[in-house]
Design a protein around this ligand. Structure first.
Ligand SMILES: Nc1ncnc2c1ncn2[C@@H]1O[C@H](COP(=O)(O)OP(=O)(O)OP(=O)(O)O)[C@@H](O)[C@H]1O
Length: 240
């Protein structure tokens, strides 16, 4: 089953082109890491898939549903981390989770979300008001809220920035499990190349709005097991 299909996606801001004809097809169960230099268009690409940006042209299907013609159903399959700046400041983290669960049509916050809160060391802080939490805490809450209800396609834009190493590791393991055990698909942008090397089943290099290079699961495994090779080195080669 194809979780995400993108066809000839073009987007830009004012007269400036940013995405220059992106084609992509991601099957169920893939953990895909999007890498590329600053300004390559990674956030813009994720925002075109999540519907935050309306592309100038091209099409996006989520679980076979056209984002342009049936955005409500398409977005119901999506999990997108909530921006820590946009969380309700006066609610506690627990109240935010309950509110978002209701908005997703759930009777209660699912056990899987509480388990993620545990893994991210968020549980002891759930009754603290959002505006009294650290940025890292708000970021963890934004991730837990975005992944609530076990959506099939998870879009995460630099989710590891600001997370302590233990929480970052727990999140990577959680995402890997979602892909392996539930057949969910993750598309995660990052500058942390170890995520691609150690956790991903595919890495994509975006340069100037175009997908320049893809590393398959087998290629990533080769890089992982060769002491003299690294994705950093492979990325530099692909860029030159
Ligand atoms: N809202 C916006 N209005 C105008 N230009 C924008 C906007 N958002 C992004 N851009 C520009 O689009 C280009 C791509 O930005 P984008 O944030 O998608 O890149 P990125 O690959 O995510 O970068 P980074 O790795 O630095 O986060 C950049 O030149 C950026 O300045």
């Amino acid at each position: 089953m194809t979780r995400l299909r993108i066809e000839n996606l073009v987007h830009g801001y004012d007269a400036r082109p940013v995405l220059d004809g992106v084609d992509l097809e991601l099957p169920a169960g893939e953990f895909v890491v999007l890498i590329g230099p600053n300004g390559a268009g990674k956030t813009t690409l994720l925002q075109c898939v999540s519907g935050v940006q309306v592309p100038r042209s091209g099409r996006v299907w989520i679980d076979g549903i056209d984002l342009a013609t049936d955005p409500v159903t398409a977005k119901s399959r999506l999990g997108v981390a909530v921006d820590p700046q946009k969380l309700p400041p006066l609610l506690t983290s627990r109240e935010c989770l309950q509110l978002f669960a209701g908005a997703r049509g759930l009777q209660a916050v699912p056990d899987s979300t509480w388990a993620l809160c545990d893994a991210l060391a968020l549980t002891p802080l759930l009754d603290r008001q959002v505006d009294q939490g650290s940025l890292g805490l708000r970021q963890k809450l934004g991730i837990a809220l975005g992944l609530l209800g076990e959506p099939a396609l998870l879009l995460l834009d630099e989710p590891l920035n600001g997370l302590d190493p233990l929480s970052a590791h727990a999140l990577k393991q959680y995402l890997q499990r979602r892909c392996r055990e539930h057949g969910d698909t993750v598309l995660l942008s990052t500058h942390a190349l170890d995520v691609a090397e150690r956790f991903a089943t595919r890495a994509l290099l975006l340069v100037e709005g175009r997908l320049r290079r893809t590393w398959s699961d087998a290629e990533l495994a080769q890089i992982r097991h060769a002491p003299d090779r690294s994705l950093e080195q492979a990325m530099v080669q692909a860029m030159s």
